[in-house]
Design a protein around this ligand. Structure first.
Ligand SMILES: [Zn+2]
Ligand SMILES: [Zn+2]
Length: 296
């Protein structure tokens, strides 16, 4: 069995296990399944060019500037055409209502009516260019948030492909922020380990995970004096949501985790959307909007 097949098979097992544990999540995980499988396939592909990430400044990193704003992760030599076609088709398969927009965007990228690479190339200096997204959406008569959804899936693949190189750059430089050291996004889910009770934050923007203090809010860095507030549904004490009264943000958190490796944290986050419903009902906002927690 080739590696790509192995990882896809493994991902299918992970999804089946999460659905078995939280049957209410079957529809949402099922909708994202083609996208998650396409991502694994792209990450396993061998066609990626070797790149050297240059521009890293440890002093700027130490001052809290994430890698994405220092280092050019995006190369013209990346398989943009294949990535765009595969991700657009996968999103259309999971979300038939988006199919028309996905076909239009992929077609425009194929015909070079829009140059997706130009959008990603600017991220390092200028950040996300919303105006460009709006102008493309208008030109193609597609929804801007739907185009943005696809763009974020593409940047996720490229960033995740480079995580090993990114980790090598960071080395053991300490990062004490609640936003991602690689791409700067806030976490979509946290894990607290069983024995050493470290808190891991997971970024859905790039797939990176990093350790963060258990007594500080990742969003506003407020330190709780009386311990952290965790909400959980009765009978399921491991599935919780950390909440902060200062910034009114919450973070879905899985406690007592022993097997970190055999998980896909995006799938875990999708299996816990009942907590998103409850916390948003209590007027808390997520630390980052994801396609599965943006309920409003
Ligand atoms: Zn990130
Ligand atoms: Zn806070």
């Amino acid at each position: 069995m080739r590696d790509a097949e192995k990882t896809e098979e493994n991902l299918r097992e992970i999804m089946a296990r999460e659905i078995a544990g939280n049957p209410h999540a079957e529809a949402i995980i099922g909708a994202f399944q083609p996208l998650l499988l396409a991502r694994r396939r792209l990450l396993a592909a061998e066609k990626w060019p070797a790149v050297t990430l240059t521009g890293f400044d440890p002093a700027r990193f130490g001052a809290g500037i994430p890698l994405l704003r220092q280092v050019q992760f995006f190369s013209a030599a990346n398989p943009w055409g294949e990535m765009t076609d595969m991700m657009a088709a996968a999103i259309g398969a999971g979300f038939p209502v988006l199919n028309r927009d996905m076909e239009r965007i992929a077609g425009a990228a194929r015909n070079k009516d829009i140059d997706l690479f130009s959008y990603f190339h600017k991220l390092v200096d200028a950040g996300r260019d919303e105006n460009l997204v709006f102008s493309w959406a208008e030109k193609l008569s597609v929804s801007a948030p739907v185009l943005e959804f696809l763009l974020r899936q593409l940047s996720r693949v490229v960033l995740e492909k480079r995580l090993t190189e990114a980790a090598a750059l960071i080395g053991d430089i300490e990062w004490r922020h609640g936003y991602c050291p690689v791409c700067g996004e806030f976490p979509s889910i946290a894990l607290i380990e069983e024995k050493i009770t470290r808190r891991w934050l997971h970024c859905s923007g790039c797939g990176h995970e990093w350790i963060f203090s258990r007594v500080i809010c990742p969003y506003c860095e407020h330190e709780a004096q009386q311990g952290m507030d965790f909400f959980y549904v009765e009978d399921r004490p491991r599935e919780t949501a950390f909440s902060c009264d200062q910034c009114r943000r919450y973070l879905v958190t899985l406690k007592g985790v022993s097997e970190l490796a055999d998980r896909d944290l995006d799938v875990t986050a999708m299996s816990l959307t009942h907590l998103d419903v409850i916390m948003q009902g209590k007027e808390f906002s997520p630390m980052v909007n994801t396609p599965w927690n943006a309920l409003r």
